[in-house]
Design a protein around this ligand. Structure first.
Ligand code: CFM
Length: 554
């Protein structure tokens, strides 16, 4: 028995001659054959062809029961991620108190209530119907109505959103009709989400449901065209650790007007007006590409992929926005801002880099950061040995070119696809066909995301939906200098004597976006990978004998 459960690290593997295929084979060999077959398709050794093509990775599929994954649920993606950071919507969790409590936004989505006149900010509250046995048996609609009424009486918000948790779907409460009734009664915008935790295979399902809901109930309610010459929306930026504040600072400096952000530092009025912007810029493709696609179809707003994580990436994204508008005045201003900001960033990087050069990182985060943060590590001269998403889809790994090849399985079919058509009055293509073709001929990409794998070196291990056991094995085999993940992984990784940087909440640090954010990140990573404290760590399971176990069957 002890033999079977032996760690791979006890076998002779030297750091210099590790063949990733061999490492993969060893890890897979410990699984029952059926599990190994499934995990093999999600554990890919990268190889980029000349055409930018990469190996196929299986993604957005169910986690094998029994494997401890990193994922969250559909409700988390809808309520916690997409709608949560909007300060002036009261978000009521319809469900038992645990769901509301654990999605209380203590992970530091920041917001600035001063930037809207009423100063509303409900993000620090946790609203829940606190369902009890009685509601599970007799239905919870009455209690939901009371909760909406109570929230309204106390706060007089502009909008209330209701989020369904697992039991709501199981007992069949109709949150949508309750919302309609209360909307009628109270005269404010009230809408619900069928984002029961069990829908789909991860929080990714919740993103889609949130996108649909915002689009149906909010986008397009206010047609006022506000001031500003270069008017954009920033999509998929959630103001973790103040990232959005830094990006807004840079936009302001460049003379770019942000009409709405989805949804860091955002307000419901901005969503309602967002279809008046002239360009959608997507940071996190996974969580928000649906809004961009729908806005283009209905209102004619084109979208581009941007990335403000990394100083170079920030400069590149600003140039791309300027190129889209094509006005010399903006192009010059953007160059001026970059020239002004970069020296400080370069000085910080030059100071830190001798101590970070050659260090090795692993990143397993969400659906976009495992890609974006490789920019910052590249600037520090660090190598990404392995990376993967918790819940990204194949297009987030391999690029949107694979979209036509993705088979839609039952879990995805479960999630509503809205049929969107051109708005007969308000559709307005922001850019002429000729200008679009001209830009595209010069290499400018609309509606595209190349994905993570084409930018990773050959031989890097790309692993989807990493499990805790695989985490342990990778760490023991490779002993990376830094592991990036979230709070669930943090303490076991640290017990191995490896520093862990949280890239979901930033460990209360940040911002890391934009120019100033890059400087913060360089210093923080320098401190982490060069601290000697980790050498002194000895995990409890290394000190004391552990219980050994083996799989009973395959
Ligand atoms: Fe997008 Fe996000 Fe992410 Fe995400 Fe998330 Fe997040 Fe994330 Mo945590 S929307 S996919 S569902 S960038 S909460 S703000 S950090 S896992 S990589």
């Amino acid at each position: 028995m002890a033999e079977a459960a032996k760690d791979l690290s006890t076998e002779k593997v030297t750091l210099d001659n590790l063949d990733p295929e061999e490492v993969k084979a060893r890890i897979m060999a410990k699984y029952p054959p059926k599990v190994a077959r499934k995990r093999s398709k999600q554990f890919v050794i990268n190889k980029v062809g000349e055409d930018g093509k990469t190996p196929v990775i299986n993604a957005n599929v169910r986690t094998v029961p029994g494997l401890m994954g990193q994922r969250g649920c559909c409700y988390a993606g809808c309520k916690g991620v997409v709608l949560g950071p909007t300060r002036d919507i009261i978000n009521i969790t319809h469900g038992p108190i645990g769901c509301g409590f654990y999605s209380w936004l203590t992970r530091r989505n920041q917001t600035d209530p001063e930037s809207t006149p009423d100063g509303h900010n409900f993000m620090t509250y946790c609203f829940s119907t606190d369902m009890q046995d009685e509601e599970i048996i007799f239905g919870g609609e009455k209690k939901l109505k009371q909760a909406i009424q109570e929230a309204y009486d106390n706060f007089k918000p502009k909008a209330i959103a209701v989020f369904s948790t697992c039991p709501v779907g199981l007992i069949g409460d109709d949150v949508h009709s309750v919302c309609r009734e209360m909307k009628e009664k109270l005269g404010i915008n009230i809408f619900g989400f069928s984002c029961e935790g069990y829908k789909g295979v991860s929080q990714s399902a919740g993103h889609h449901i949130a996108n649909n809901g915002i689009f149906k109930h909010v986008v397009g309610l206010d047609d006022t065209i506000k001031e500003g010459k270069y008017r954009i929306n920033l999509l998929g930026e959630y103001n973790i650790g103040g990232d959005a504040f830094e990006i807004e600072r840079i936009f302001d400096k460049c003379g770019i007007t942000q009409v709405a952000a989805y949804s860091g530092n955002s307000s419901i009025d901005a969503f309602a007006n967002s279809h008046t912007a002239d360009l959608n810029c997507i940071m996190c493709h996974r969580s928000i590409n649906y809004v961009a696609e729908m806005m283009e179809t209905k209102f004619g707003v084109p979208w581009i992929k941007v990335n403000f994580i990394g100083a170079e990436a920030t400069a590149k994204s600003l140039r791309k926005i300027a190129q889209y508008f094509g006005e010399q005045e903006l192009i010059d201003k953007v160059e001026e801002v970059i020239a002004e900001e970069l020296p400080e960033v370069e000085a910080a990087c030059a100071e830190v880099r001798p101590r970070t050069e050659g260090k090795r990182a692993m990143l397993f985060v969400g659906g976009s950061r495992a890609h974006h943060y490789q920019e910052l590590f590249g600037e520090l001269g660090m190598k990404t040995l392995s990376a993967g998403y918790e819940f990204g889809h194949r297009d987030d790994y391999e690029g949107r070119k694979v979209l036509p090849d993705i088979k839609v399985d039952a879990d995805s079919r479960n999630i509503e696809e809205l049929t969107i058509e051109k708005d007969p009055e308000r559709f307005n293509p922001r850019i002429s066909e000729e200008r679009k073709a001209e830009l595209e001929n010069s290499g400018f990409e609309f509606n595209d995301y190349d994905g993570m794998m084409p930018e990773m070196p050959d031989g890097a291990m790309v692993i989807d939906d990493l499990s805790q056991w695989e985490t342990d094995q990778l760490i023991k085999i490779f002993k990376p200098d830094l592991f990036c993940a979230g709070i669930k992984e943090k303490y076991t990784v640290q017990k191995h004597g490896i520093p862990l940087k949280q890239l979901h909440s930033y460990d209360y640090g940040g911002p890391y976006a934009g120019f100033k954010g890059a400087i913060n990140f360089y210093h923080e990573i320098d401190r982490m990978v060069n601290s000697r404290v980790w050498e002194y760590m000895k995990a409890p399971w290394d000190k004391n004998p552990e219980l050994a176990a083996t799989y009973a069957c395959d």
